[in-house]
Design a protein around this ligand. Sequence first.
Ligand code: NAD
Length: 473
Amino acid sequence: MSVDLTSSYLMTIDGLPTDSSRHIDVINPATEEVIARVPDSSREQLDLAVSAARRAFPGWSQTPLTARQALVSSISEKLTEHQEAFAQLLTREQGKTLEYARWEVGGSAVWLAEFSTMAPSETIIEDTPEHLVKIRRVPVGVAGAIVPWNFPLLMAVWKLAPALIAGNTVVLKPSPFTPLTALKLGELISQILPPGVVNVVSGGDELGPWISAHPDIDKIAFTGSTETGRKVMESGSRNLKRMTLELGGNDAAIVLPDVDIDETAQKLFWGAFSNSGQFCVAIKRLYIHESIYDELSQAIVKYARTVKIGNGADKDSHLGPIQNAAQFGRLKNLLADIYNSGQKVLLGGTVPEAKGYFFPITIVDNPPEDSRIVAEEQFGPILPLLMYKTVDEAVERANASTHGLGGSVWSKDIVLAEAVASRLQVGKVWVNEIHVLTPYTPFGGHKQSGLGVENGSDGLHEYTNAQTISIRR
Ligand code: NAD
């Protein structure tokens, strides 16, 4: 059966399409038009979703792994069948360009397919004629998955795929700003999985706190801001929920003096501005050695001038709008601070009056280290370029953050670059590349960028409890 992605955005509770008596408007950020109305789940509806997941848990967790893997693989295939329709819907709700939306939908299908080949580990610790000791990985139970608005589909899949392979059932909540693709993913999954295994609920500001405090949810997988992550952790403590928290970042890139200027300028540009800078591991502070600061800054600005911002649905747009009015307002406030504190802007800096949350690519020239644009996570298309003298100084400044999500080092000298990279206090660090992510490599923040990881066998095991079986023969 195919899924119509153009209308009827309903929750999936216990396998059934479910509306609510209240609704939330969904806005296309490129036009500011209301493009859909989605259910605003009541507390009772959330309880129904959680109890459906609880009822489905024994059956799903006892389903043989190979059967669970085959079903997750079917979700991947079905998503691929609908790839173009999902991409168009994603552009309409999130704002990103169609090309980038296709990448996100395609990536989500790849993640499901790759996870469908993975399995929780079983390790033999001791095997003698007298004694057998092994460690199994058993599912946690009902997982609550809470997702942000920057990669609404991919972040949902990063949670669903490992949760299902490990044998858990799920209640998924998208961001109120971007619920459409997740609701349609729920509809698509309801054609494949038994009722109650995956439930998708949409709602406003109350729904996330209800989920993270729910006494019958055993684990929370959360992606969002550090501020919200703290609240989730606090409310999850009541029943000692397992937690994976993927939070904010303030990633530094360190550019050593020997790089190829033009080639690196382009890579750095996209490292900072992909998805209009609304990327947890975007370059948010760019440290450039003083000997190449002017040349590289000019090359980045020159390249940035060739990049067109527009409606993501238009073929010639390279970057779309900011996703929502609140984030748009936050960025305007940051920009005002840049001007009010007398910082120099090399490019951009004027927000157009037209409809749509379009924010210009803005490049700031060597602002002070304690300025807001350096100290805070901007999560948008404003990049501070920062001049450094010595590698030790650059590393120290890069590490002087409460965040520790990602980072990158750029140099022709791979040995030196790796040595610098290994000094960064972050969970993911790239050398001469950026945003290379795979289902097999753990992804997660150090310090206040998170707790635990997603992806890889470590990420899969976050949906399990270890169980030791010790047998005297
Ligand atoms: P957010 O924290 O505002 O919201 C994230 C999700 O949490 C949304 O679904 C929201 O409805 C829900 N929520 C809000 N308040 C809640 C509460 N009290 N309890 C439970 N849930 C609640 O984040 P956002 O603005 O949607 O996303 C942007 C942030 O996400 C940035 O800081 C970015 O760096 C971060 N992010 C991190 C990663 C990562 O993997 N580390 C990936 C993407 C985005």
